[in-house]
Design a protein around this ligand. Structure first.
Ligand SMILES: [Zn+2]
Length: 200
């Protein structure tokens, strides 16, 4: 392994998914190129695919549904996987599971719709990771609002064109990201656009 300072730049086309490997202490920057585009982000321990990013464990440790600068994102085994290093938006989501064909059938009568579930599965298959029964992602830029009565609303993301977050890997990981293909709601501002990823 060479120790070189370089940046890999990858564009995830609208409605598609990609996967990446990160070594411990590498940085991944996720950029909302056009604004208001949710990115479903999942991760697995590169050396143990039974350990994966877990939003519910993260909310348990943080005692919050929100993540702040310098907070860590945890695995199902309560081990830090990432640290939030930069955040131009300040509003993301741990509550919602990834969109899947059954959701599009249920809400929009569109069972053949593209989905984050399949985007992530396809991207992860390159690393020998078999599809889980559902993906529970860190939904970057997703603007889920919970009011005092517990009512949940998915509003348009607060991210503007060029906004980004940066995560530092706390272990060797396999990451998959889906540029969410839902254009039927405010989730992506009714328009699906690409996401850029930089790995440092
Ligand atoms: Zn989605």
């Amino acid at each position: 392994m060479s120790q070189q300072l370089s940046i890999d730049i990858i564009t995830i086309p609208a409605k598609e998914g990609r996967s990446f490997t990160l070594q411990q202490d590498q940085y991944i920057k996720i950029i909302d190129i056009a604004g208001q585009q949710v990115s479903d982000f999942v991760a697995y321990n590169a050396h143990n695919h039974k350990e994966r990013l877990d939003p519910t464990v993260t909310m348990d440790v943080l005692r919050s549904i929100n993540i702040n600068l310098h907070d860590k994102i945890y695995s199902n085994l309560y081990t830090p996987m990432f640290t939030l290093i930069e955040d131009k938006v300040g509003k993301h989501d741990f509550l919602n599971s990834s969109c899947r064909p059954e959701m599009y059938a249920f809400l929009y009568q569109k069972p053949d719709h593209a989905s984050c579930y399949h985007n992530l599965n396809n991207a992860l298959s390159q690393h020998g990771i078999s599809p889980p029964d559902q993906h529970h992602a860190f939904n970057i830029f997703m603007n889920t609002v919970v009011d005092e009565k517990g009512l949940i609303q998915v509003k348009a993301p607060l991210s503007k064109a060029g906004d980004y977050i940066t995560l530092k890997a706390e272990m060797d990981v396999i990451v998959a990201i889906s540029a969410c293909p839902c254009e039927e709601s405010d989730c992506n501002g009714y328009l699906c656009t690409p996401i850029q990823v930089e790995i440092h």
